[in-house]
Ligand binder design. Structure first.
Ligand SMILES: Nc1ncnc2c1ncn2[C@@H]1O[C@H](COP(=O)(O)OP(=O)(O)OP(=O)(O)O)[C@@H](O)[C@H]1O
Ligand SMILES: [Mg+2]
Length: 330
C-alpha cells in the first residue's frame, strides 16, 4: 500500500510531531511493508496539489488543519480542515472524521458531548473577558479552549478567586486569541489511555502519568515546561486501570473516534476519575510520546521499544485500512 504522510509548519503543535517524527513514522510504515511518501504542505494550495498529484491509497496527517502557525492549534474558523478535504474527494485516511476532529480540538465541545452521554468530565464553562463570572467555584483551572502539549498551562492556571480568574482569562485572550475554558480543579492522580482500533476490536490501553514530585511547583499539574523534555513517564495504571480504560472507551464511543486516539483523565477532589480531553492526533515521538509508551506497557517486544513503535504504527494503519476496505467511501 502507498501511504501519503502529511505534515506542515504546524505538525508539532497540532499532531504527532516535527519532521524528525514524520521520518520515524515513514520508516515504520516502510518496515510494515508499505510505501511512504511525505508531503510538507505550507499552504492550502500546496495541500490540494499534493492530493491531486495522487499516487497513494491512504493519507495519514499530522495536521488537523492547514495553517502557517507553528506554535498553536487554534480553531481555524475559516481555513481548510484536512479531513474535510479528504472526505470531499473520497480519499481514505487514518483517524476520525472531520466532525469528530473538530469536536476533539474544541475542549468545550468535547465536554458537552461527553456530559450528554453521561461520561464524567469536570464542571466547566467558557469565559471571555467581560463575561459575568458568577457561579464559578474555586479553586478553578483555566486553560485555552483548543491547545495541546500543555501550552498555556502553569501554576497560574489554578485560580482562587475572580480576580485571578480574570487575569488568567486576559492572558489566554492575549496569547492565544481564544476563549478560556474554566474547569473545576482536579487535584488527584493523572491517567492516559491509548485507544486502538474500532468497534468491538477497539483496545483501551491505560497508563498512569507520573512526574517526580520534585518537579512540581505548587500543584501536581503537567505544566508546559514539564512537557516534551522527557520528565513525564507512563507507568502501569494499577488498580484504577480498568476503570480508566472503561471510561475512555465510553468517551471514544460518544465522540465517534476512529483508529487511534489518546484520552487523558485526572481524579477530582472526591477521587472520581474525570476525562480532561480526547487527543485526536496523539504524539508519536518514538520512546518519548505517551502513545508509544502505552503500547510498550502492554506489548513489549523482546526486540525493544523501536520494534514496539513499528508494531504500533502497523496496528494503526491496519485499523484505518480495515475500515477503508469495508466501506469504499471512508
Ligand atoms: N481541570 C483540571 N484540573 C487540574 N489539572 C488540569 C485540569 N485540566 C488540565 N490539567 C492539567 O493540565 C495538563 C494539560 O491539560 P490537557 O490535557 O487538558 O491539555 P493539553 O495541553 O491538550 O494536553 P496534551 O498535551 O495531552 O494534548 C493536564 O495533563 C493536567 O495535568
Ligand atoms: Mg492532555
Amino acid at each position: 500500500m502507498k501511504i501519503l504522510l502529511l505534515t506542515g509548519p504546524g505538525g508539532d503543535a497540532q499532531g504527532w510531531g516535527d519532521m524528525s517524527v514524520t521520518e520515524s513514522v515513514a520508516a515504520a510504515v516502510e518496515s510494515a511493508g508499505h510505501d511512504a511518501r511525505t508531503a510538507f504542505v505550507e499552504t492550502e494550495d500546496a495541500f490540494r496539489q499534493a492530493l491531486e498529484t495522487g499516487g497513494f491509497d491512504l493519507v495519514w496527517s499530522s495536521l488537523y488543519h492547514i495553517s502557517p502557525n507553528e506554535k498553536f492549534i487554534g480553531r481555524n474558523e475559516v481555513g481548510l480542515w484536512v479531513a474535510d478535504a479528504l472526505d470531499e474527494r473520497g480519499i481514505p485516511y487514518v483517524g476520525s472524521d472531520s466532525r469528530t476532529m473538530k469536536n476533539m480540538i474544541d475542549k468545550f465541545a468535547t465536554h458537552t458531548i461527553l456530559a450528554r452521554s453521561g461520561v464524567p468530565v469536570p464542571g466547566h464553562r467558557l469565559a471571555r473577558p467581560g463575561d459575568n463570572l458568577g457561579g464559578v467555584s474555586y479553586p478553578a483551572f483555566v486553560k485555552p479552549m483548543c491547545e495541546s502539549r500543555s501550552v498555556g498551562i502553569s501554576d497560574e492556571s489554578v485560580v482562587a478567586d475572580e480576580g485571578e480568574l480574570r487575569r488568567r482569562m486576559d492572558y489566554i485572550a492575549r496569547e492565544f486569541d481564544e476563549a478560556a475554558l474554566v474547569e473545576d480543579f482536579l487535584p488527584g492522580d493523572e491517567y492516559t489511555v491509548l485507544l486502538l482500533g474500532n468497534g468491538t476490536d477497539r483496545q483501551c490501553l491505560p497508563g498512569r502519568v507520573k512526574v517526580e514530585d520534585k518537579h512540581f511547583g505548587k500543584y501536581n499539574i503537567l505544566r508546559s515546561d514539564l512537557r516534551g523534555v522527557g520528565l513525564t513517564r507512563i507507568y502501569d495504571a494499577g488498580e484504577r486501570g480498568e476503570e480508566a480504560a472503561a471510561l475512555a472507551g465510553r468517551a471514544a464511543e460518544a465522540m465517534g473516534c476512529l483508529d487511534h486516539v489518546r484520552i487523558d483523565l485526572k481524579a477530582d477532589a472526591a477521587g472520581e476519575l474525570r476525562i480532561m480531553e480526547v487527543n485526536g492526533i496523539p504524539g508519536l515521538k518514538p520512546r518519548k510520546s505517551w502513545a508509544p509508551q502505552l503500547y510498550t506497557l502492554f506489548y513489549a517486544s523482546p526486540l525493544g521499544e523501536m520494534e514496539d513503535y513499528r508494531n504500533l504504527i502497523r496496528d494503526i494503519i491496519n485499523s484505518a485500512w480495515g475500515r477503508a476496505s469495508e466501506s469504499p467511501s471512508k
